[in-house]
Design a protein around this ligand. Structure first.
Ligand code: PGA
Length: 256
């Protein structure tokens, strides 16, 4: 049985006070939702305080990036060990904003994925195509290549230890969501790409890209959509709680 996961990606937003206030608003309603898992991925400087505010709850702490290096002279870098020290359970790797704005390639993303696992963090590996790639019919090729970089460096079993987030770049922050059928098609491709039936059957595949309270239920109802990675809507307590309730309401998928 795959239990759904909804993770908020706060990106570079908020203040210390607003982050703490958001957690305070989220915890009572989320603690009543027992049938799915929830996480918030906070900016680095707020991780410790947000972790403190989450203490004793079932909502997990996540970070938005991790260094590909272990430690040393990497000014500005934040290591997997540091994230683990701050109480993180999850870390996003290979978000399309990291890939496009910060120039992270598939190989760097794979190294980050390896670092996350090394420090017992669950990597949330983002994959997804641009609009031009979708329109030229290479979505599966692009997503397959992004997955293969991690499989080649870390192995198939390691891929199954993480969480995949399918985030079509054209849907991120644009208000343009993939239809449930478009999401399902790529999620099903990802599960098939893993090959091994047992590993594929337990792999969590989240959808991300303009998920809102009013479209979450239809997306989460798809057979291979195991929850969501939520950007903008995760900054608004009522919206995020409504999305989390949609995951709770969605049928748990029976492992095939
Ligand atoms: P969005 O972002 O929900 O604001 O589209 C999703 C993401 O980038 O993870």
């Amino acid at each position: 049985m795959r239990v759904k996961l909804v993770a908020g990606n706060w990106k570079m937003n908020g203040t210390l006070a607003s982050s703490q206030a958001l957690v305070k608003a989220l915890l009572p309603p989320l603690s009543a939702l027992k049938r799915a898992h929830y996480a918030v991925c906070a900016p680095f400087p707020y991780l410790a305080a947000v972790g403190q505010a989450l203490r004793g709850s079932d909502v997990a702490l996540g970070a938005q990036d991790v260094s590909q290096f272990e430690d040393g002279a990497y000014t500005g870098g934040v290591s997997g060990a540091m994230l683990a020290d701050c109480g993180c359970r999850y870390v996003i790797v290979g978000h399309s904003e990291r890939r496009s704005v910060f120039g992270e390639g598939d190989e760097t993303v794979a190294l980050k994925y390896a670092q996350a696992l090394k420090h017992r963090l669950t990597p949330i590996l983002c994959v997804g195509e641009t609009l031009a790639e979708r329109e030229s019919g290479v979505t599966e090729e692009v997503v397959g290549r992004q997955l293969n970089a991690v499989i080649q460096r870390c192995g198939l079993a390691a891929l199954a230890q993480g969480v995949i987030a399918y985030e079509p770049v054209w849907a991120i922050g644009t208000g343009r969501t993939a239809t449930p059928q478009q999401a399902q098609a790529v999620h099903s491709f990802i599960r098939g790409h893993v090959g091994d039936r047992r590993l594929a059957g337990s792999l969590l595949i989240l959808y991300g890209g303009s998920v809102k309270a009013n479209n979450a239920a239809q997306l989460f109802a798809m057979a291979d959509v195991d929850g969501g990675l939520i950007g903008g809507a995760s900054l608004v307590a009522d919206e995020f709680v409504a999305i989390c309730s949609a995951a709770q309401g969605a049928k748990e998928t029976v492992k095939t």
